[in-house]
Design a binder for this molecule. Sequence first.
Ligand code: ADP
Length: 225
Amino acid sequence: MKDDFVSMASHELRSPLTIIRGYADILKGVSGLSDEDKKNIERIDIAAKGLDNLVADILDVSRLNQGRLSVKIQDTDIKEIVKNIAESYQHNAEEKNLSLHIEIGDVPHIAVDPDRVRQVIVNLIGNAVKYTKKGEVAIKLFVEGKNTVLRVSDTGIGMSEEERAELFGKFYRIRNEETRDIKGTGLGLWITKQIVEMMNGKISVESIKGVGSHFIVKFPVIEKT
Ligand code: ADP
């Protein structure tokens, strides 16, 4: 009953949020806006987008809890997806004075759900930028043996061995001085791991506290028959 309620409430929250975002978008195009107006509209848009992402995560958790999350596996050009997402973070990275390196090798198509793989990549690159205060974020896509590998590396706050052990747990967040002002729910990596595994992939992490982290996602290369 709880999952049903959460699912229904989340769906109901989505429609007004879509309306708020739509109107914010229309307002952005109005001529003669002052800088202050533009900033305020941007604030509405960012807040609504944040809420929308939160609702999407809650919906995914309730789908996963009820075994209702389905993936539509298809032949997918992962190169394009990684490139587009990585480039869309350039602005975010620049704002934090981080350099963003993108290295995309000539990898073959893989069998995944393109929307879900997008969600995974957004989560990992988003986290890398979010949890890095200085230095760089590097995104690399390559083939290694029978796998296509995506590695998202950062020179961020990193984590200890104990923290790493809990990392993919539901609602798990590392709580310390450095993460105190960084907002989040601790749902992203849990959802990410579930959907990577539903698409026959594997996710792992290597990290040193104060040095940085590497998140590694592997999907099997499609065997040619
Ligand atoms: P959220 O970011 O919403 O808290 P996630 O599930 O995406 O949730 O991540 C869980 C926790 O893992 C985060 O709260 C953070 O402490 C830690 N974490 C995730 N990615 C990184 C990273 N690239 N570097 C350091 N810590 C990270």
